[in-house]
Design a protein around this ligand. Structure first.
Ligand code: IVH
Length: 730
């Protein structure tokens, strides 16, 4: 597992905003250090809160869902920023800060058990300077210790011996052996408590079930990394693709996923895992003086120790070893992402000691992302959930970081233009832990070779017509993304139908993704309104559809026919029109006809609705096909009722937020609609776009560009806890 981190696949929203400072005008959260809070500049506090929220989100994705969203390197940047803020303002540091945690609490589904002692993480060094700083820091500490006389045997020459081990990119595991017999195996979990995966571990061949010794300790706590060798990883993913399952992003996620199988356990997958040992936490013979001796003993006991280990005398040798390991990296059968250096002498380890999260005597010196060169053979276009058309680079297959890759993300047209990427180009790609790499740059200096090698270079633009339905594509001003504008595009239809059926929209009970898929595939629904034209007889034509389910679906559709204007607006999936905007629109245009008749200026004039939303809304209402669709919905019995009145007077909380305007962004722990209601009940207003008049932006997880805008306009950014503080309910 990566050093207390490890993410893949960039989430541009998080990536873009996480590095930005979001200046704040007022106190952001109450949960962070109360007494000395006034010494902390508000922008530092709100930034720390935002970083903490973001890190928690990524920790959960990484440790619990085995589905990271951002590359390790990006996670490390976020974490380092928070560490720096907490160091500069100690009152920001709370016990529950992600910088003090190792992983997250175990997921539901497995029994949990406490570790015999905490499973710690490692601090990182990203370059030789940081490695030298680490060496200087601990050397200084050891020397100080000698001066105070606590450690008389410290040699005068303090060139430290480091044991270098590959940093294996898998999942940390603790194995307990009682009198030499394997009795329990735990995942790292939150470092204190792990998931009990003993049963699955019995199927991993490289875990000895009895230690190969006549003299085992009463208890041995053996720690190491569960990895999936690259060949097995590629094999596993090939099988998944064949079965139309999503391939794993990287061997690390695949290993963690294999280990945590609960139902229909695939024993072959477990059989291809490999356990490599790196520590004997408990059960070490007292006579042992060095970590290297411990590894030797573990090898004798029957464990696999990585072959690429060495003792490095001093930091220069350590750096040289790291560079050598990096050149070997691509040839190794397993994924590694750096070198772990540990002070080899156990007495010195003990003097240096351990902090809450990581030992002081070890460091993970990380490799930079791996790069390789290949030819860009073509660009495919995929239509995503919201109609967004994403270019995907098709590459001549190339091995990078031990994995063969044949496509790369290209994000959008701007990126293609900015990097001047042409089909036929020789390009540099980069993998940062994930299988899908990014295009770093074009080898412009080698373009002249194309002719000799029979490659024609072609500029490529995003298509003017959707590759799935052939409708015209459009790119709104100020947006990077080109979209298919056809709501009925089969690529979008399924997502739009699922969205329409969701709770905050028309709330159609029983209509989930699977049923939507069936309805569209069977040709029963090819536009939104078709749903309301369904009858039992037609629904019964679907495979495996019983009479009761068919009757239930029709009854749900009947109930959903009676709705409100805001719900309908949400259900239509109009770009930028979520719950807040829908309510604002309905407040100003009480009926659908009023809204359809409203000129764009009237929509743009609503306070809290910015020009982007107004343009999107007007474009939607101006479209004849959309109007026809709305008319058909009415014909098919859709009725709009008055929304329930908002709480006022005695129902409302004291007007705590009177005169304040809020903008909500990102994923919150509760539905945004509910949060909006709370704010309104306390006299506040919620608008959709950030302006100078906005009092606060409340940012949930993975917040969007609104946080950046808030930063530009110097609007305070709160997290959810900060909002609760304002509401007086914290
Ligand atoms: S030693 C107290 N050695 O990296 C020190 N960890 O970021 C604990 N890892 O949780 C770890 N290779 O899962 C150690 N040779 C190695 C390692 C290694 C991979 C993982 C391990 C740990 C994480 C820390």
């Amino acid at each position: 597992m990566a050093a207390g981190n490890g993410k893949s696949k960039a989430n541009s929203a998080t990536k873009g905003t996480a590095k930005k400072q979001a200046p704040a005008k007022a106190s952001a959260t109450k949960s962070r250090g109360a007494a000395s809070d006034k010494d902390v500049p508000p922008d530092a506090r709100s930034r720390a809160a935002l970083l903490a929220t973001s890190l928690r989100h990524h920790d959960t994705l990484y440790y619990q869902s085995d589905a990271p969203e951002i590359p390790d390197a990006e996670y490390d940047l976020l974490r380092r920023e928070l560490v720096a803020l907490e160091a500069a303002h100690p009152s920001l540091l709370t016990a529950d800060s992600p910088t003090q945690q190792v992983g997250v609490a175990p997921a539901e589904g497995f029994e949990t058990a406490p570790h015999r002692s905490p499973m710690l993480s490692l601090d990182n060094a990203m370059n030789a300077d940081e490695m030298r700083a680490f060496d200087a820091r601990i050397t200084r500490m050891l020397l100080q210790d000698t001066e105070t006389g606590d450690r008389a045997e410290t040699p005068p020459d303090l060139t430290l011996d480091y044991i270098a081990e590959p940093k294996l990119d898998g999942s940390g595991i603790e194995l307990i052996f009682k009198n030499g017999r394997f009795v329990q195996g735990l995942t790292r979990g939150d470092g204190q408590t792990g998931e009990d995966v003993t049963t699955n571990l019995h199927h991993v061949p490289s875990i000895p079930k009895t230690l190969a010794t006549d003299n085992p300790p009463a208890i041995a706590s053996v720690r190491g990394e569960m990895i999936l060798p690259l060949a097995a990883f590629e094999q596993l993913n090939k099988g998944r693709v064949k079965r139309e399952l999503r391939p794993f992003e990287n061997p690390r996620n695949a290993a963690a996923g294999s280990l945590r199988q609960i139902h229909d356990v695939d024993y072959e997958r477990l059989g291809s895992l490999e356990f490599r040992v790196y520590a004997l936490e408990e059960g070490r013979p007292e006579s042992f003086l060095r970590q290297s001796e411990t590894l030797e003993l573990l090898r004798e006991w029957g464990f696999i120790v990585s072959p690429e280990i060495a003792i490095c005398r001093g930091v220069d040798e350590a750096i040289a070893f790291h560079e050598q390991l990096q050149t070997l990296r691509g040839e190794l059968p397993v994924e590694i992402d750096g070198t772990v250096f540990k002070v080899d002498t156990i007495t010195e380890q003990n003097v240096l000691g351990t902090l809450a999260r990581a030992p002081r005597w070890a460091i993970a010196f990380k490799f930079p992302p791996e790069q390789a060169e290949t030819i860009l053979e073509g660009i495919d276009f995929q239509v995503g959930r919201t109609g967004a058309i994403t270019p995907v680079a098709r590459l001549a297959p190339v091995r990078v970081g031990g994995v063969t890759v044949s496509n790369a993300s290209l994000h959008n047209q701007d990126e293609i233009d900015r990097k001047d990427i042409r089909v036929g180009d020789r390009i540099v790609i980069q993998r940062a832990g994930d299988v899908i790499p990014q295009i770093v740059r074009v080898r412009l200096d080698r373009r002249h070779e194309a002719f000799k090698e029979n490659r024609t270079l072609q500029r490529q633009s995003l298509p003017a017509h959707c590759p799935v339905c052939n409708a015209a594509t459009l790119r709104l001003e100020g947006e990077a993304v080109t979209r298919c504008a056809n709501l009925e595009c089969p690529a979008q239809l399924k997502t739009n139908l699922t969205h329409l059926a969701s709770r905050s929209a028309l709330d159609i009970d029983g209509l989930g993704g699977k049923l939507v898929e069936q309805l569209v595939n069977a040709g029963l629904v090819s536009r939104l309104s078709d749903l309301f034209a369904l009858d039992e007889e037609r629904v019964l034509r679907l495979e495996r559809m019983g009479e009761k389910s068919a009757a239930n679906l029709i009854a749900s559709l009947d109930r959903a026919r009676k709705t409100t204007l805001p719900r309908l607006l949400i259900a239509l999936g109009i770009r930028h029109v979520g719950a807040t905007v829908a309510e604002l629109l309905a407040d100003h245009f009480p009926t659908l006809d009023d809204l359809l008749a409203a000129p764009p200026e009237a929509i743009a004039a609503i306070e809290g609705i910015g020009p982007t939303i107004a343009e999107s809304m007007s474009r939607f209402t101006a479209d004849g096909a959309n109007r026809a669709e709305l008319a058909r919905l009415t014909e098919l019995g859709l009725v709009l009722e008055e929304p329930a009145p908002k709480p006022t007077g005695a129902d409302a909380q004291a007007n705590l937020l009177e005169g304040l305007t809020f903008v909500l962004t990102g994923t919150m722990s509760r539905a945004r609609g509910e949060i909006k209601k709370d704010i309104e009940a306390a006299g506040g207003k919620v608008t959709a776009s950030v302006s100078k008049k906005t009092s606060y932006v409340v940012a949930g997880e993975a917040p969007g560009s609104k946080v950046k805008k808030a930063g530009d306009l110097e609007v305070t950014v709160l997290d959810e806890a900060g909002l609760l503080t304002l509401l007086g309910s914290d």
